[in-house]
Ligand binder design. Structure first.
Ligand code: AMP
Ligand code: MG
Length: 404
């Protein structure tokens, strides 16, 4: 087992060991937050026929008409209907938005640009052939590749699939992620707090993060710092694709998680990553399953989840892109404590003068969960960097954050 490695190496090791979950077929109505496990090509043209984008009159323009042009209205075509009546010279069809262009017509004049008198319309300005006609296949051509395997299904992507009639799609199964909160000091909410105890917040933070990533969370009650309890808890994680624990990760006598993982049969990849908060993370592999042991400190757990677990989780879930988005930010404020270790500072992203500024959360301690709230950035301060100065430009990871 390696001790104290760089985040990049840690990520490479976990990504290499992560295999995507299996596939399943679902109906499109359940597609939100799922990841495509197939390439999707368009089975049809969209729109499927030449159509009118507005309410007006369809006729055959030559560009040579004398103005004003008088036309006789010979048919009416509301959306959802069609007319086979050919439009001849001197004729027009009353047409509505979304309706198919009738044979013979090649343009649509806006209702607002006509004067109607009985079954006659008067047009003051000529149109060109093709004007105000949306061509069949203009948006999507039959056979065209629309979405690739590994695509995370966003609402417009799901809408696009619906637009071309997809009903059943092959997606990756939702990863089943086991969540363990270890610590003899922990109690669950809903009970009065006993002396020397604290409430288990990590379970709730990580549960939400996992749910937001489209995972199914399998969690068991709080696990004590006893190795037997920890081993029993690990046994209960049999039906999961990945396991994340918090607590018991550091150097104390009761920090037993990595020992428990080894005893459980994990091949331990590493213990400790050169970053703050969250140094005391370790990762092991048993069979195909990765076990992440994160620090119990609430901010450390959340930060290492974002930096280390999330890329692996994305690969597990079938995503084609595993990386956090990196951006350059300008520091809105300084941070005095530059240290030997690389540090990730929580910050709010502020857009000013065409740049992204990082406005640091006031408390950066590894136990301070509050500063994760509203932080969209983890500013990457290299090891041995020294104090961070206002105005300095640094690399940052864009993390998930809820707008408030
Ligand atoms: P540990 O990683 O076990 O050394 O824990 C580090 C700090 O985080 C200690 O102050 C713990 O009490 C606290 N802690 C551990 N687990 C949790 C949890 N699930 N929720 C909130 N705080 C925790
Ligand atoms: Mg502990």
């Amino acid at each position: 087992m390696k001790v104290m490695i760089e985040l990049e190496e840690a990520k490479e090791m976990v990504l290499k060991a992560t295999k995507p979950v299996e596939h399943e077929i679902i109906s499109l109505v359940n597609a939100f937050q799922r990841v495509l496990a197939q390439d999707i090509s368009a089975p049809m043209d969209m729109p499927p026929f030449d159509r009118s984008p507005l309410d007006g009159y369809a006729y055959q323009a030559t560009g040579l008409e004398d103005m004003p042009l008088l036309l006789r209205v010979v048919s009416e075509i509301p959306a959802g209907t069609f007319s086979e009546r050919r439009i001849m010279t001197g004729e027009a069809a009353r047409i509505y938005t979304g309706a198919p262009i009738p044979p013979g017509a090649n343009c649509v004049i806006r209702q607002e640009d006509t004067e109607r008198d009985g079954d006659q319309i008067k047009i003051a300005r000529p149109l060109m052939a093709g004007q105000n006609v949306v061509r069949r296949g203009e948006e999507i051509k039959e056979g065209e590749l629309l979405l690739k395997q590994g695509f995370y299904l966003t609402p417009p992507a799901i809408g696009l699939l619906a637009a071309v009639g997809w009903d059943q799609i092959t997606v990756y199964k939702r990863p089943r992620v086991g969540l363990l909160s270890t610590g003899s000091e922990l109690m669950d909410v809903g009970q009065p707090l006993l002396p020397s105890k604290i409430y288990n917040s990590n379970n709730y933070t990580l549960r939400g993060m996992l749910q937001n990533a489209g995972c199914e969370v399998i969690s068991i009650p709080i696990v004590s710092d006893q190795i037997e309890d920890t081993l029993a808890a690990l046994e209960k994680m049999a039906d999961t694709d990945m396991v994340i624990s918090t607590g018991g990760a550091s150097v104390g006598n009761f920090d037993i998680m990595r020992h428990a993982l080894a005893q459980f049969g994990c091949e331990m990849f590493f213990w400790k990553v050169n970053l703050k908060p969250g140094t005391a993370a370790s990762v092991g592999l048993k069979g195909q399953k990765l076990f992440f042991s994160l620090s119990g400190n609430p901010a450390a757990a959340a930060v290492t989840y974002e930096l280390l677990v999330r890329p692996a989780l994305r690969k597990l879930a079938g995503h084609s892109c595993f990386e956090n988005k990196g951006i350059l930010v300008k520091m809105a404020n300084g941070f005095a404590k530059g240290g030997r270790q690389r540090r990730f500072l929580r910050a709010r992203a502020v857009f000013k003068d065409g740049e992204v500024w990082a406005d640091l959360a006031s408390a950066q301690g590894s136990g301070v969960l509050r500063s994760m709230i509203g932080s969209q950035l983890l500013v990457d301060v290299p090891a041995n960097h020294g104090p961070v100065n206002p105005g300095e430009i640094l690399q940052a990871n864009w993390i998930e954050a809820w707008e408030n």
